[in-house]
Structure formats: structure tokens, C-alpha cells
Design a protein around this ligand. Structure first.
Ligand code: FMN
Length: 321
């Protein structure tokens, strides 16, 4: 069984990858998408999205990181994939799932799900451009407006030579609406010989168990659940292996929040650090009721130092209580 940390633009960057992979449970991470239009991107762009390229393509926990590309021009995707490979990425993932309008207007992301032949052309071009030891994968949804092409899309990915496919079990039109359609993963799995990674709404060990049961998939990718519950991958791994690490408590989460904002001071502007800390707290609210109060306390703060002081004070109070 493989557990992958999902790409999440503006959320899962090198700082969060580092924290989450050090908690444990992950086999692989995927970067936020690198947008490819029609030319070769400078090396520094790849290194910005995948800071880990400077450390043999791995997080400090040793977890490999795969660069994700988004675009519709096969030649441009191929030359950029070759560059990412040369820089040391653990693999190339191609984004055919992004529902954003700005992406779809330029014919990227999930828009391409309407034309399996174009998916095939892009994946084939990328596969041919990088050494065969480097996995090339695609991340898809079940379709654009409906599931009519779901099996054709999956076959196109396999026929183009992809090493595996990750399927977010929704169409573009579904957005992120419930219910997720894990039953479709089983249908797709039936027509494929390459491995499939199940994705969508795996937010707990119980979700994992049900998803595997319904989809028949062995491997999973987790996104929002991983951010809301930083030890989710470890919990799932423990469930699989019969181990039992204690579930992370709120004081441990506070330590992580403080660590992330501290780490960020090395290279980003303080306003951004404040907004990222608020963003993570907002996502943690789903699993940790303590995050609600903590978020309210810092909501109006603009300075990094104020946010740090507030988080540290809460931590100190917890320690002394
Ligand atoms: C804020 C946000 C940003 C995302 N960015 C990307 C991205 O850059 N590339 C991608 O393939 N998917 C992206 N996704 C989709 C996720 O990788 C994942 O497929 C989706 O959230 C469903 O999985 P989950 O229920 O485990 O979160 C993003 C999702 C969210 C919520």
C-alpha cells in the first residue's frame, strides 16, 4: 500500500510537506502544479515549487517529491518534464483535474478530460521525453460534465504509457461536492492494468477502510484530510500494520503551527506567513475544536510577531495547566 500526499496549490508547499512527512506514513508527495504554456521554464521556477530538488528530490524525512505539471501543449510539457527530470524530481505528474476557470480557459487541467486523445498525446510526449526510470503519472477526475468518458480517459492514460493514475472520484462539474463517487474507482480499476491511486474525501481511518472496500484500490492519496489531521497518514499506516501511535493532541498541533511559521521566516514575507497560519488553523477546525478559539484570537492580526506570541502563549498555558 502506498500513501501519497496530494498536491494542493497555495496550501501544501515545501514547509507543510516537510512537517507532514516527518510525522510519518507517506511514501510520496506531489508539488503544487507548475503551469506550462509554450516555453521552457527556468530552473528556478521548478526549484520554487519543489525546494526539495536541492536535497535529492526528498523532504528532510526522506520522502520523495514528484513535480506536477499543468498544460496542454505536448511539446512544451515534454521539454519541461525533461528539465524537471534533469533537476532530480522523483517523477512527473500531469494535472488533468484542476477545475479552475483560469486554467480551463487555456485548455488545461480538467478541460482536457473532454478529449482523451489530447490526454494521450500529452502523456505520450512526456513519457518519451524522460528516462524510463522516472515514473510519469496522470491525475484525473471522472470526467468534465459527467462520467460518460471516465473509462476512455483511464484507457488513454494507460495506453500513453503512464506508470500509474491517480483518480479524484468526482467530475469537474461535481467540484468538491459530496458524495464522492468511490464506486467509480472500482469500474476504472477493472479496465486498467497500471496501478490506480484512489483520491477524494479520505479524511479518517474509517474513510480509508470504506474507500478500499468500495474501490478495490490498494493505494491512496490524501489532501484536505492530511491538512486537517496532520497524523492521518500515520494513523492509516498504523491501522494497516496493527501499530498504535497515539493520535496527535492539540498541543502537538500548536507546536507544528509555530514551527511552520518559524520555518517560513527564512524566506517569505511576514504577511504571507500570517495568512498561511490562519489558513492552516481554519482547516484544522474540522478536526480540532480548539482551533476555533485560536483562529478567532489571531483573525485580525497582521504581524507575524503577534501571531507567534498568541500561539506561544496558548502553548505555554496548556503546558502549565
Ligand atoms: C486548495 C486546493 C488546491 C489544490 N491544488 C491542486 C493542485 O495543484 N494539483 C492537483 O492535481 N490537485 C489539486 N487539488 C486537488 C487535490 O489534490 C485533491 O485531488 C482533492 O482535494 C480531493 O482530495 P481530498 O478530498 O483528499 O482533499 C487541490 C485541492 C484543493 C482543495
Amino acid at each position: 500500500m502506498k500513501i501519497m500526499l496530494a498536491p494542493m496549490e497555495g496550501v501544501v508547499d515545501s514547509y507543510l510537506r516537510d512537517i507532514l512527512t516527518n510525522i510519518g506514513g507517506y511514501d510520496l508527495c506531489v508539488t503544487e502544479f507548475v503551469r506550462v504554456v509554450d516555453h521552457l521554464l527556468p530552473k528556478k521556477v521548478f526549484k520554487r515549487f519543489c525546494v526539495e530538488l536541492d536535497t535529492e528530490g526528498k523532504t528532510t524525512a526522506g520522502t520523495p517529491v514528484i513535480v506536477q505539471l499543468l498544460g496542454s501543449n505536448p511539446e512544451a510539457m515534454a521539454i519541461n518534464a525533461a528539465r524537471a527530470a534533469e533537476l532530480g524530481t522523483a517523477g512527473i505528474d500531469l494535472n488533468f483535474g484542476c477545475p479552475a476557470m483560469c486554467v480551463n480557459k487555456r485548455n488545461g487541467g480538467s478541460y482536457l478530460l473532454q478529449e482523451p486523445q489530447r490526454l494521450f498525446d500529452i502523456i505520450s510526449a512526456v513519457r518519451a521525453a524522460v528516462d524510463e526510470t522516472i515514473p510519469v503519472s496522470a491525475k484525473i477526475r471522472l470526467g468534465f460534465n459527467n462520467t460518460d468518458l471516465a473509462l476512455d480517459i483511464a484507457r488513454a492514460v494507460e495506453d500513453a504509457g503512464a506508470s500509474y493514475v491517480t483518480v479524484h472520484a468526482r467530475t469537474k462539474a461535481d467540484g468538491y461536492k459530496a458524495p464522492v463517487r468511490w464506486e467509480w474507482l472500482a469500474k476504472i480499476n477493472e479496465v486498467l492494468t497500471i496501478p490506480m491511486i484512489a483520491n477524494g474525501d479520505i479524511n479518517s481511518v474509517d474513510d480509508y477502510r470504506r474507500c478500499v472496500e468500495i474501490s478495490g484500490c490498494e493505494h491512496i492519496m490524501i489532501g484536505r484530510g492530511a491538512v486537517a489531521r496532520p497524523d492521518l497518514a500515520r494513523q492509516i499506516r498504523d491501522f494497516q500494520n496493527g501499530n498504535s501511535n497515539p493520535i496527535m493532541k492539540w498541543d502537538e498541533i500548536l507546536v507544528l503551527l509555530i514551527k511552520m511559521s518559524n520555518d517560513m521566516t527564512r524566506d517569505v514575507k511576514t504577511r504571507y506567513i500570517v495568512s498561511r497560519t490562519k489558513q492552516w488553523l481554519a482547516m484544522l477546525k474540522r478536526e480540532y475544536p480548539e482551533a476555533i478559539d485560536c483562529f478567532t484570537a489571531i483573525r485580525r492580526m497582521k504581524e507575524y510577531e503577534d501571531v507567534q506570541a498568541s500561539l506561544n502563549e496558548r502553548l505555554d498555558n496548556l503546558k502549565s495547566s
